[in-house]
Design a protein around this ligand. Structure first.
Ligand code: SF4
Length: 318
């Protein structure tokens, strides 16, 4: 792989890869026991430039865009996706995407399984079995909204791989409107009974989302917006790796025509060069539609529901 970059590319690659890798290595026992976190930095350079190894820090896989809720402030705009654009990955899709991804990197530290609501995917137990059985994936985390009970099949897989997986249960219990459908505490109890690591954020708070729009940003403005972005959650949807979950949702909403530099194609075997080029890119079409503000954030109650799905409201307004 060719790691030569100009200064601007290196700055992006450093923020997007080197720092994240150092952070993960620095949190490993060996470095903390030795109290030599600076060694993690040295090792990151050694690993990339000498061993020529690339370990992807974290990525989220959208196993379905379908959801059992329609949250007004969904940070990934899932409720805006009209039924015709929804996608649910099959086990075969999942295996192909993951194995092609792993052709280009030496491992993945954190592999998130996300939706929509991931438990709506009937093949989730088999998907989890595959993800957890892949040695190059270090940890698998499912994030659920707490509306679907864990099936016996999924429970069996989680139990089998309890040292390598965990479940994050979104805490929407502050929204009393949802109390009849939320099973968050029952899910937690069940998982704990079986020794499966899980968490519910007791003090979950959300920020109000601004609706996406075509900001007509110039290339320089796109780069500036991306530079100020603190989203490091790469997202896989429909056989493509995107720079963030918004980029994958905007693609599902067909807001933009993706250029080859906007994603990595996972339908064929990837190379490490694909990842180097992806991680040094500082200009993304998706950022043109991103209205996320880092400075003006209004806190709101999590999971306030749309009375009517927003794609229907749009049609009504038209
Ligand atoms: S669209 Fe661009 S700026 Fe917005 S969250 Fe994604 S990467 Fe960041």
């Amino acid at each position: 792989m060719n790691i030569k970059m100009n200064q601007a590319e290196w700055n992006t690659f450093y923020d997007r890869y080197m720092e994240r890798r150092m952070f993960h290595l620095g949190s490993k026992k060996i470095f903390s026991v030795l109290r030599l976190k600076s060694l993690a930095k040295l090792y990151t350079y050694f690993e990339l430039f000498f061993l020529r190894r690339l370990v992807f820090p974290s990525v989220e896989y959208v196993v379905t865009t379908r959801c059992s809720l329609r949250c007004r402030d969904c940070s990934n705009y899932i409720p805006y996706i009209p039924p015709g654009n929804h996608y649910t990955a099959t086990l075969d899709d999942f295996k192909k995407d993951v194995s092609n991804f792993l052709c280009g990197v030496d491992g993945i530290n954190l592999f998130g399984i996300l939706g929509g609501e991931p438990l709506l995917n009937k093949e989730l137990p088999a998907i989890m079995e595959y993800a957890c059985g892949e040695k190059r994936i270090k940890h698998v985390l499912i994030t659920t909204n707490g509306t679907q009970m864990i099936s016996p099949e999924l429970l069996a897989v989680l139990k089998k791989y309890r040292n390598k997986c965990s479940v994050a249960i979104s805490n929407y219990t502050a929204n009393k409107e949802l109390s009849s459908i939320l099973k968050s505490w029952d899910i937690k109890k069940l998982l704990q009974q079986h020794g499966i690591s899980c968490g519910i954020d007791e003090n979950l708070s959300w920020v109000q989302t601004n609706k996406f729009q075509d900001m007509k940003r110039s290339e320089d403005e796109l780069k500036a917006h991306f530079k100020s972005c603190d989203s490091f959650a790469y997202s896989i949807l429909r056989g493509r790796l995107y720079v963030c979950p918004l980029a994958s949702s905007f693609a599902a909403l067909k807001l933009y025509e993706s250029k080859p530099s906007d994603y990595i194609d996972l339908t064929t075997a990837c190379t490490s060069q694909d990842f180097i080029d992806f991680l040094k890119n500082d200009c993304w079409s998706a950022c043109n539609f991103c209205t996320t503000s880092r400075t003006e954030q209004v806190k709101v109650q999590p999971a306030i529901q749309w009375p009517v799905a927003p794609y229907l409201q749009k049609e009504e307004n038209n």
